[in-house]
Design a protein around this ligand. Structure first.
Ligand code: EPZ
Length: 419
């Protein structure tokens, strides 16, 4: 397994471009299953998770081709509406094929995703909502078996604003008979991107981005051809890299409207961030101020940037309170940051981060995607050379992050095959 070596202490300077959004691309690729024909996606990042979903669709009989950053999916010949355990276990977002398969083929057999490092991550909301649309759901041998002659529109009130739950139901309802009203929906930019994709296929989706979405079912959809939106979490991570190193960076492609909560917290910590035509320009102070923040569904502070901002606050002046409300176990980066000299006390869902003057380089272990990003950020600041092991976690959601950071002046390199 590869590792990444970082020698800290260099303020990042220059310009970097954000890649396409992983969490917008995954549901849009799943939506290609709704239409016979070839859908084309432009500006698709080369990420492990995107490759995994492509393999899953190919397993079902779709023709999947990549040409540079353009991905095409021809779902005309899909004949096996199944998502096997060996593929789903590596990426729980595979559950996004459930809605489209039931909607187009009337049946689906999808392995239950199982938990992951950051929490149990059940899919009860997805299943309850699909049953409300008329699907017959059975759980057996670790698989979800869903059947429906034709889904019928219904009113669905989610217990909580689940991102992939909202996406699954938007896709299922697109081919259902009649109107579906989804309430207490997730409001992330990726939800709006999926609605745009579905509407470009001939669906009738209104209200995405708000907490109520209306979908009027149609009898058939046509393939899409779209450019994926920029990845707001990668953009936030690159801004955090400038923040922790006292840098001066233009993050091209970053959209301020996708990052309001994190930008407010970074400004509160002392950064100057200006919106420019090309993206977001951040100038960070030598020493950050402590900042309290709490994660929440969009438009609140995104849980996917919690570990990254915590790394920055570990060297701020004063104590910061961080509350993680979305996942039950998303502080695994804390013990690794502590090995680098951070002073962080966890009490349930709250972490108190007492800023220290210096971090010291250490060998550390990545445990999940965003935790691994926070360890790279800490390495950019720590004195000495930090080695982050098991960076396959990082590769799930960041395309060559080390190359982007090196272009900004970081002393960073990938080391083949270590722990
Ligand atoms: C999406 O996961 C993202 N993944 C995650 O990003 C992100 O952290 C998460 O939303 C929250 O923003 C993709 O978009 C592919 P949820 P998702 O359903 O949809 C509970 C990354 O780093 N819940 O909004 O799985 C769940 O346990 C990844 O890119 C239920 O209880 O998240 C969690 O506590 C990590 N029952 C909370 O809701 C359900 O049926 C939010 O989950 C569904 C969810």
């Amino acid at each position: 397994m590869d590792a990444i070596e970082i020698t800290g202490g260099r303020p990042l300077r220059g310009e970097v471009t954000v890649s396409g959004s992983k969490n917008a691309t995954l549901p849009q690729i799943a939506a290609a299953l709704l239409a016979p024909g070839r859908s084309v996606f432009r500006g698709v990042p080369d990420l492990a998770d995107i490759r995994t979903l492509g393999r899953l669709l190919a397993h079902m009989g779709a023709r999947v081709e990549r040409d540079g950053d353009t991905l095409s999916i021809d779902a005309a010949d899909v004949g096996t509406p199944e998502a096997p355990y060996e593929l789903v276990k590596t990426m729980r977002a595979s559950v996004l094929v459930l809605g489209p398969l039931v909607a187009r083929f009337g049946r689906a057999r999808v392995s239950l995703p199982g938990g992951c490092a950051i929490g149990a991550r059940p899919i009860d909301q997805h299943l309850k909502a699909l049953e409300a649309l008329g699907a017959r759901i059975e759980l057996s041998h670790g698989y979800v078996e869903a059947k429906a002659d034709r889904l019928r529109g219904a009113r669905i009130l989610f217990d909580l604003p689940t991102v992939t739950g909202t996406e699954n139901l938007m896709m299922a309802a697109a081919l259902a008979e009649g109107r579906t009203l989804l309430e207490n929906c997730a409001r992330e930019p990726e939800i709006v991107a999926l609605a745009d994709a579905l509407n470009s296929m001939g669906a009738q989706v209104q209200g995405a981005g708000g907490s109520a979405i209306t979908i009027d079912g149609v009898t058939a959809l046509r393939p899409m051809d779209l450019a994926v939106i920029p990845d707001r979490i990668e953009a936030g991570t690159l801004l955090a890299a400038a923040l922790i190193t006292g840098g001066d960076v233009l993050v091209r492609g970053a959209r301020a409207e996708d990052l309001e909560a994190p930008l407010a917290k970074m400004r509160e910590a002392g950064a100057e961030i200006s919106v420019e035509g090309a993206g977001l320009h951040i100038v960070a102070p030598q020493r950050l101020e402590a900042v309290d923040f709490i994660t929440a569904p969009f438009p609140g502070f995104p849980t996917d940037l919690q570990a990254q901002l915590m790394a920055c606050l570990s060297v701020a002046r004063g104590a910061s309170r961080v509350v993680e409300t979305v996942f039950e176990n998303r502080f695994m980066h804390v013990q690794e940051l502590s090995r680098m000299g951070a002073d962080i006390a966890i009490d349930g869902h709250t972490a108190v981060v007492r800023g220290v003057d210096h971090l010291s380089a250490a060998p550390v272990m990545a445990t999940d995607l965003r935790a691994s990003a926070s360890l790279v950020l800490a390495g950019l600041r720590a004195e000495g050379t930090t080695t982050v092991h098991r960076v396959y976690h990082l590769d799930r959601g960041y395309q060559a992050l080390e190359t982007k950071l090196a272009a900004l002046g970081a002393s960073i390199r990938r080391v083949k095959g270590t722990l």
